[in-house]
Design a protein around this ligand. Structure first.
Ligand SMILES: [Zn+2]
Ligand SMILES: [Zn+2]
Length: 383
């Protein structure tokens, strides 16, 4: 707030534009960290110019761990590399052979995943110069998120072929059904029983620019080369804007204008995403007001069922991507009144799920052309 007063008092003009209090205060709230720089540096006009330019040309999003997680998962190639690692691949040539991906693209994605702290390189146990890839703790912890995406895809996106993979939970020996439960009560979460409160990390942040915000990432690549329910799920909502629209629904916002304001995207992009989500039977619309031609959008049963993934992504993002200030959102279970964390567990034995305790077998929807040998690989841990 001191920053705002100072800027106002100095009566800054930016080109033809006079900076007024309201405008600057919005900028200050949106760009907390940058404002701190403005405060301690001298060329104030330039800094404010940068701030205003950023604020007018880029949409802002409420800080959200789901969005941060999705930025990690929504690049098709990066996602596929992570998936293959869960399937037991560990070397560059194995990834390349399976994914049929150009070498440069693969190197680039592996580098990005290392920089994001999800993967690390270790010397090959066979010796020599070869390196292998392993999950870091942060990367391995994405596994419960993947399981919720897998479950959703199995349930809603299989068509007639049946599920591609059967999963068995080693701890109880039963077929794995993933469930997201309240840490407070241990019962299955229900979107209607969850209340949201701003957490210590609440605020808004600029939306990431570039390809991650549009559909140029070619969602069809998600499905190459093996049948996979997670890939099918990400094809539907791996696009950040689509998922942010779904998020607003979970937060109880159902009208075009409200959503547009909260997500801060262009109306044509929003219309496009709403149409897409309706074509995937995730959203449906209804009129509101008598004789009105205005619509409200609501999640269908399959849309509501994305809640488990939504919470699993939130948990991961809160844990690994929130800065010092902490989680942007606090969740409260309305029925018991307690703050909770979403936990991903096995429905049968209620134990939390980790990668090396889940085994795979091809299901009826497995692509036989791809072979089954890949599943013979053992899973984590491989430290
Ligand atoms: Zn509870
Ligand atoms: Zn179990």
């Amino acid at each position: 707030m001191q920053v705002i007063r100072f800027i106002y008092a100095s009566d800054v003009l930016l080109g033809e534009r006079r900076v007024n209090l309201v405008e600057v205060s919005l900028v200050a709230v949106s760009f907390r960290h940058i404002v701190a720089v403005v405060c301690s540096s001298n060329p104030i006009t330039t800094s404010i110019g940068v701030l205003l330019e950023s604020s007018s040309s880029k949409p802002h999003l409420e800080s959200c761990s789901v969005d941060r997680t999705l930025q990690t998962l929504s690049d098709p190639w990066s996602f596929l590399v992570l998936r293959e690692l869960w399937f037991g691949l560990k070397r560059f040539d194995e990834f390349q052979g399976t994914l049929r991906i150009p070498r440069a693209t693969l190197s680039n994605r592996l580098k990005a995943l290392r920089e994001a702290g999800l993967l690390m390189q270790v010397p090959s146990p066979q010796g020599g110069l070869r390196k292998e890839y392993r999950f870091t703790e942060k990367g391995a912890d994405l596994y419960p998120v993947m399981l919720t995406l897998l479950r959703w895809g199995d349930r809603w996106k299989n068509g007639d072929a049946g599920i591609p993979l059967h999963l068995t939970h080693h701890a109880c020996g039963k077929r794995l059904v993933t469930e997201v439960v309240y840490s407070c009560c241990g019962t299955k979460v229900n979107a209607k029983d969850v209340e949201y409160q701003d957490g210590p990390g609440a605020g808004v942040e600029p939306a990431a620019a570039g390809s991650k915000t549009n559909r140029s990432s070619k969602p069809d690549k998600f499905t190459l080369p093996r049948a996979c329910s997670v890939a099918r799920t990400l094809q539907v909502m791996g696009d950040r804007w689509s998922f942010l629209v779904i998020r607003e629904m979970f937060f109880g916002r159902h009208r075009f204008d409200e959503i547009q304001k909260r997500v801060g995207i262009a109306t044509n992009i929003l219309s496009n995403r709403i149409k897409l989500l309706m074509s995937h039977d995730i959203l449906e619309r209804s009129n509101y007001g008598a004789g009105s031609t205005r619509y409200e959008y609501h999640l269908t049963a399959s849309g509501m069922d994305l809640y488990a993934s939504f919470l699993a992504m939130m948990r991961w993002g809160d844990h690994w991507l929130s800065e010092e200030q902490g989680a942007p959102l606090i969740l409260r279970h309305k029925k018991c009144g307690k703050v909770f964390e979403p936990e991903v567990v096995c429905k049968q034995c209620r134990l939390p799920l980790v990668a090396h305790e889940v085994h795979y077998k091809p299901g009826p929807g497995w692509d036989v052309n791809f072979g089954e040998d890949i599943l013979a690989h053992t899973m984590l841990p491989r430290k």
